[in-house]
Design a protein around this ligand. Structure first.
Ligand SMILES: CC(C)(COP(=O)(O)OP(=O)(O)OC[C@H]1O[C@@H](n2cnc3c(N)ncnc32)[C@H](O)[C@@H]1OP(=O)(O)O)[C@@H](O)C(=O)NCCC(=O)NCCS
Length: 186
């Protein structure tokens, strides 16, 4: 597989199902960061899928792009045929201590309009492939169980298994929140 996993454009064949999503998956670049920030901030404002409570600014994403680039870890975007960013996914070292160097936490977000049509599967599949190529051994997804049914289903479908349940570790919108750990070996 190539270093820039690509989901073939659908609709080129008369037999292709009309509902199939068109998305190209490629490494994130600086010009994608404003769109990435906007997608992420939607969930900061509206959901407990992220435990951030304040909207992120561009500098956060510039730093992440630099960090992932420097550590050789994948940061991918899915874009539509017009080049609109539909979502993003990355794998970032789980902990800074060096013995954790083969383990990463994976993150995936689609814009609300793009979710629920198979694009999460395409993006996670590409991230798994890129993470293995980057030399990672283990991926860990950290998921708030009440808000992220789609994320739990997606990760389980790709072989992530339950690895822990922390109770009451977050508070957002006045609610006390748990997190699930799901883990997959690469
Ligand atoms: C999580 C997310 C990336 C999944 O991507 P998606 O494109 O919506 O999901 P897909 O259409 O690829 O479906 C993936 C699987 O989840 C299932 N699924 C999708 N939405 C679901 C829902 N609301 N409840 C239960 N299962 C759901 C699908 O049926 C599919 O499983 P299947 O192939 O076995 O049928 C996307 O919904 C999203 O960005 N959500 C908001 C942000 C978020 O929660 N990020 C993760 C933080 S931990």
């Amino acid at each position: 597989m190539s270093d820039t996993p690509t989901v073939p454009q659908q609709g080129v064949s008369a037999q292709a199902p009309q509902a199939a999503p068109a998305a190209r998956i490629r490494p994130a670049a600086a010009e994608d960061l404003a769109a990435i920030r906007n997608i992420y901030n939607h969930y900061v404002r509206t959901s407990t899928v992220t435990f951030d409570e304040e909207e992120t600014d561009l500098a956060v994403w510039e730093h992440k792009l630099d960090l992932l680039g420097a550590t050789g870890l994948p940061f991918l975007v899915a874009e539509d045929a017009e080049g609109i960013v539909l979502g993003f996914a990355y794998a970032q070292h789980w902990r800074a201590k060096s013995a954790y160097r083969f383990s990463a936490e994976n993150t995936i977000y689609l814009s609300p309009d793009a979710a629920g049509r198979g694009r999460g599967k395409a993006l996670l599949e590409a991230l798994l492939d890129a993470s293995a190529k980057a030399g990672l051994h283990e991926l860990i997804a950290v998921i708030e169980p009440t808000a992220a049914a789609a994320s739990i289903a997606l990760h389980r479908r790709y072989g992530f298994v339950d690895a822990g349940h922390l109770k009451g570790v977050g508070v957002k919108f006045g609610r006390t929140l748990d997190v699930l750990f799901l883990q997959r070996s690469l």
